[in-house]
Ligand binder design. Sequence first.
Ligand SMILES: Cc1cc2nc3c(=O)[nH]c(=O)nc-3n(C[C@H](O)[C@H](O)[C@H](O)COP(=O)(O)OP(=O)(O)OC[C@H]3O[C@@H](n4cnc5c(N)ncnc54)[C@H](O)[C@@H]3O)c2cc1C
Length: 82
Amino acid sequence: MVPGVRYDRIDDAGLHITVDGESTVLEVDTIVLCTGQEPRRGLYEELIAAGRPAHLIGGADVAAELDAKRAVKQGTELAAAL
Ligand SMILES: Cc1cc2nc3c(=O)[nH]c(=O)nc-3n(C[C@H](O)[C@H](O)[C@H](O)COP(=O)(O)OP(=O)(O)OC[C@H]3O[C@@H](n4cnc5c(N)ncnc54)[C@H](O)[C@@H]3O)c2cc1C
């Protein structure tokens, strides 16, 4: 893991990054982008449509980025309320 990275570009040489103002190239063959999330609510919507009780929390509620604490909080509060 490299903190404080700016991703500059991807080309045949690899992944160009800047760390602390210094440019460098990571000579990689494969780059996996984890740059976004979307909630999948299919099961929730099916349950609600069938008239079954269902609750939406965590990543299924809002798939934001660094929000695991919110997911845990929602799960804890819902469990306590049930
Ligand atoms: C690449 C990446 C990096 C992240 N980094 C951070 C970070 O550094 N800090 C941070 O706070 N958050 C981070 N997050 C966000 C964090 O992962 C989420 O906020 C959190 O995991 C949401 O928790 P959750 O329990 O709602 O969902 P999840 O953790 O996604 O758990 C849902 C679970 O339900 C299971 N499931 C799905 N459908 C069904 C089904 N039909 N039946 C049974 N089980 C099912 C899934 O397999 C999964 O195990 C990151 C997310 C990603 C994708």
